[in-house]
Every structure is written in C-alpha cells, then in structure tokens.
Design a protein around this ligand. Structure first.
Ligand code: ATP
Ligand code: MG
Length: 541
C-alpha cells in the first residue's frame, strides 16, 4: 500500500467525507500532456477507481494568455486514450464569479487588500525566508476603500499591473507563500472561454483549492512542488469556511534522456526540432501513441514507478521495457525486411508459388494464422548473410544452412556482386523434405531467418528513432548552453523495407512485431501505396 492509499483508507475508516473518494485531474490547457501527466492521471483516476469513487477533469484555465482550445481537445483525447473516463468536466473559469464573490467576502472580513505596489516592490518587501518581510504601505486600507478599488479593478478602470488584490496573512511567515500572496491581477486579455468578460484573473493559489472545494473533491493529489503551497490552500478554505479537501503531494516523474516541461516541449515544436507535438520522439502522450506505445504499457509503467515522496529520475529504459512487455502480448507478427538483399533458390521451380502457414501471434491463440506466399526469389536482411564469418555467426554464409521461417532449410552456394563489390544476390538451394511441419523439419540448423517473397512484397518507409537527447539529463547545462544544445542531431533514420503485401490502411493491425526486429506501427503519414512505419522499440534491450 502506498502512502496516498494509507491516507485515503484512514479517512474512509474515520468516515471523513462520508467515506467517499472524489479526485480530480487539473491540467492547465497550455500545451499537450506528457508522460509525467500520464502518471498523475493514473494516480488521480486510479485512486478513485480503487475506492469506488469518481474523478473530475478540470481545466485550470486561469491564465488566458497561454491557453487555447486546441490543448483542451488534445487533453480530452489523451485521457480517453489512456483508458480513463471522468465523471464531470469543469473549467476553473466557470468559477470566476464565485471566486470573485469570495474575494469580496475576504475583503469585508479584513483578510484581503488592494495593493498599488509594483511587482518588484512587492517582491522586495517580501524579503527572504530568514528575515521578516516589510508590510506594504497599502496593507491597512479600509474595507470600504478596498471594496471600491477591487470593484473598479473588475470594471476595468485600471491598466494591467497597476494594482493587485492580496490576502492579508503574515508578512513574517517563514513560508514565503504566506507573506500576503497575490489573489488577483489585472490582465486585459481575451480568455478562450470567458472572452472579454474579465480583466482581472485569479492566481493559481487562489483558484485551485476553491475549485476543488466547489466540486466536493475529497483528496486533491498533486506534485511535490505544491507542498509549500499547502498552508495557503488550507488558509483559503478555512478563511472562507468552505468544504476543505485534503491536498496530498507525490514526487513528479522525471525520466532520463527526456525533457518534461510543457514550455520546453513547446520550444522543440516551435523551433521545428521535431515534426510536432506528436513526433514519435516526443514524451507527449500523443507522441508515444504515434510511436506505437499501447495505453496499457503506459499504465503499467505508471504502476511500476509507483508513488514516491521524494524526487528521483527513472531510467527511460523502464518505459521501453513496459512497451515491449505489453506489445509482446498484443502485436500482430509480420515479416518485414529492413535492409534487403535478394535471395535466389536455384533449385526451386521457376514461376511456382506455394503458401505456407504463419502464426499471427504465438502469445494469443485467438489471433490465428495467415498464408504467406513462398517462392523462388525472396528478400532477406543483408545482416543475415556474411561473406566472411567467424564461428559465432550462425546465420547464412557460403556453405552454411539456415531455416527460412515457416518454410525450408536452405544452403548457400555462391553470391553475385556488382562492379563495386556489393552483393546483389545470394544463391541457395533448398531441401524440399524440410518444409516446416514435415517429419524432416526437425533437422537441426542453428538459425532461422525471415523473408518476404519478391513478387509479393510492398516497399515501405521505415522510421527508426534514437533518443532525442544525447545526455541523461538534458537540463544540466554548462554556462551559455541550453537543453537545445543537447539535442541528438541523429535521432531519426529513414530506411526502405519490404513488408508483406497484405498490409494496407484498410487492413492494418494497431501494433506489429516485425519478426526478429522489433515493434512497429503504421504512421499517420501513410497512404495506400506508400506505407510508413515507426519503430516503437526493439525486441530486446
Ligand atoms: P509542466 O511543468 O510540464 O508545464 P505542469 O505541472 O505545469 O507541467 P499542469 O497542467 O499544471 O502542468 O499539470 C496537471 C497535473 O499534472 C498537475 O497535478 C501536476 O502536478 C501533474 N504533473 C505535471 N507534470 C508531472 C510530472 N512530471 N509527474 C507527475 N505529475 C505531473
Ligand atoms: Mg502547472
């Protein structure tokens, strides 16, 4: 049991909130969700599911400048794709009127005041944690004056930045967040939902807890950086005498070789270091989806990482491991030859095609089999043949034998080369008695290689990816550098392949295992006639 479960179970035992559990996932719609958010989603929804509760999706849209409906739509899609369903969908902006009324209430009770100081003056007066701060000269304004000024702030009488509303708490608190935090700022900006109705906007700390409270959230789970905000969260709920959810913090997910900040991911997109938010190299949920990750593999990853109270860095290979594990169960097996060279079976009858049975997924008996056309000329991987081979090379070399998967044992006799010495064809003979399934098929050979029939192959584009960053911690930079300097210039390789001809856009599986190579999926850039595959992950580490 993790520490969040302990807290929740204790609350249920004490019949707190009538023993009900209600959580929320509160993204700011200012970018696409990434794997860190996926972890938060799994915890928020997972905890509610485990205890028979519900989860709300709430867009924390209090910052009109950076937010957009494009992000709202993508967030909804990503959560659904991960396999979660929210009970209610809300927007912090729907609570603007209520939040405003509560601010007036705090003013009436002498717990909030309008401050004319500049941002710099306010910071300077806050001072440092070890010394008491300096009270603002506007701190003791009368309730009437504060009310009047706050109403005029709302009415749009003052320019941006000229005034703020602050909570009157404690200028001597060792917690800087309690030194009269700002509740409202003036911002004459268009909001993607409320339009031009408002020119004052609540700060995160003033909006978040109250939004939780309005929705009747019981456990408000968030990341560790909000731990120091918790006294303020509690203060607002207490001062307003409203339902008081419990904020619980866990360590955010950090992954090696990965950037996990919306702002920086945005920069990668805007400066075109990647193809877009859904570039298969991006740690965004849409990027992982396009890369060929299953939702289950991401949920398994979140589960494996677990919840911790201390920040740490998870090795990105754990994410890849989770992808492999799940893909092994669900991926449709197919033959694909990545760096092809022609194989000619000299003693196979000219013009003959025979069908061999191929297993679609050995892990899933219901996946069935398919017929593969076998013939005289096949494509095999260039790497499966070596002209000069040592004893450890078990695949094809002149004089050696291998099995062609689902078909016959072949023996290499000679090769053809062009003027530059490149191999243009590998000549073999086959033994008709050794077809898979026949008695002699048990004859031992050291290797089995895959193939595609030259006359029944389609050419495809295959995109192979390396890590987007060269270093484990791209945020660690020397003077004058940024994370951009750590981008791996060689993270995308495009290669030609031959794949089974039956795959097309109307007849494609969601996930493929290219036999012996790795896991792949069909990319959205594909058209019928030009398939593009993304490599998700190799078969083994
Ligand atoms: P970023 O720093 O990438 O912009 P954010 O924290 O500003 O992320 P929000 O939209 O505010 O993004 O986050 C929504 C929820 O997701 C919050 O509860 C936040 O704590 C959580 N979250 C964000 N990043 C991570 C992470 N790396 N690991 C776990 N949870 C995260
Ligand atoms: Mg945030």
């Amino acid at each position: 049991m993790n520490f969040i479960e302990e807290i929740i179970e204790e609350d249920i035992r004490n019949n707190k909130n009538d023993a009900k559990v209600k959580t929320r996932f509160p993204p700011e719609p200012n970018g696409y969700l990434h794997i860190g958010h996926a972890k938060a989603i799994c915890i928020d929804f997972g905890m509610a599911q485990k205890y028979g509760g519900t989860t709300n999706l709430r867009f924390d849209d209090t910052n009109p400048v950076k937010e957009d409906v494009e992000y709202v739509d993508s967030i909804r899609e990503d959560i659904h794709w991960l396999g979660f369903q929210w009970a209610e969908e809300h927007y912090a902006s729907d609570y603007f009127e209520q939040l405003y009324q509560w601010a007036e209430q705090l003013i009436q009770e002498g717990l909030a005041y309008v401050d004319d100081s500049t941002q710099e003056e306010i910071s300077a007066m806050r001072g440092v944690p070890t010394k008491p701060g300096t009270p603002s000269p506007y701190r003791d304004r009368s309730v009437e004056e504060n009310l009047d000024l706050f109403r005029r702030m709302r009415a749009g009488e003052f320019p941006d930045g000229s005034k703020v509303l602050r909570a009157k708490i404690d200028m001597n608190s060792p917690n800087m967040h309690m030194r009269d935090p700002i509740m409202y700022r003036i911002l004459h900006a268009h909001h993607h939902r409320t339009g031009d109705k408002w020119c004052i906007y609540p700060m995160y700390d003033y909006a978040h807890g109250q939004s939780d409270s309005i929705e009747g959230i019981t456990h408000s789970i968030c990341t560790l950086e909000f731990e120091v905000h918790r006294p303020l969260y509690d203060w607002f709920c207490e001062a307003l005498k409203i339902h008081h959810p419990q904020q619980i913090e866990f360590a955010r997910l950090n992954l090696s070789y990965t950037i996990m900040s919306k702002r920086k991911l945005m920069q990668l997109v805007q400066e075109k270091h990647v193809m877009g938010w859904d570039d298969p190299r991006m740690p965004t949920i849409c990027g992982l989806r396009r890369r060929g990750y299953t939702p289950q593999s991401i949920r398994n990853f979140a589960e494996t990482v677990g919840v911790a109270k201390r920040d740490n860095i998870i090795d990105v290979s754990l994410l890849e491991f989770c992808a492999r594990e799940d893909l092994n169960k669900v991926a449709t097996r197919t033959m694909a030859v990545l760096d092809p060279v022609k194989l000619i079976i000299d003693n196979y009858p000219e013009g003959q095609t025979e069908e061999v049975d191929a297993v679609n997924n050995p892990e899933d008996p219901n996946a069935g089999t398919r017929k593969l056309p076998f013939g005289k000329e096949l494509w095999i991987e260039r790497a499966d043949f070596r002209e000069v081979a040592d004893k450890k090379f078990y695949r094809l070399t002149i004089g050696s034998e291998v099995r062609l998967k689902y078909a016959y044992i072949i023996k290499c006799t000679h090769i053809d080369k062009d003027a530059e010495g490149n191999i243009t064809a590998i000549h073999v003979t086959y033994d008709p008695e050794t077809k898979s399934g026949l008695p002699l098929s048990n004859r031992k050979v050291k290797a089995t290689i895959h193939w595609v029939n030259v006359n029944h192959a389609q050419e495809a584009e295959v995109r192979l990816f390396e890590r987007l960053f060269n270093v484990p911690d791209p945020d660690e930079c020397e003077e004058g550098q940024t994370f951009i300097d750590h981008i791996n210039p060689d993270s995308l390789h495009v290669t030609k392949a031959f794949v089974e001809e039956t795959i097309n856009l109307n007849n494609k599986a969601d996930y493929y295992q290219f036999e012996r190579t790795g896991y792949f999926c069909v990319d959205k850039d594909s058209t019928n006639g030009h398939l593009v595959f993304n490599k998700t992950v190799s078969l083994k580490q």
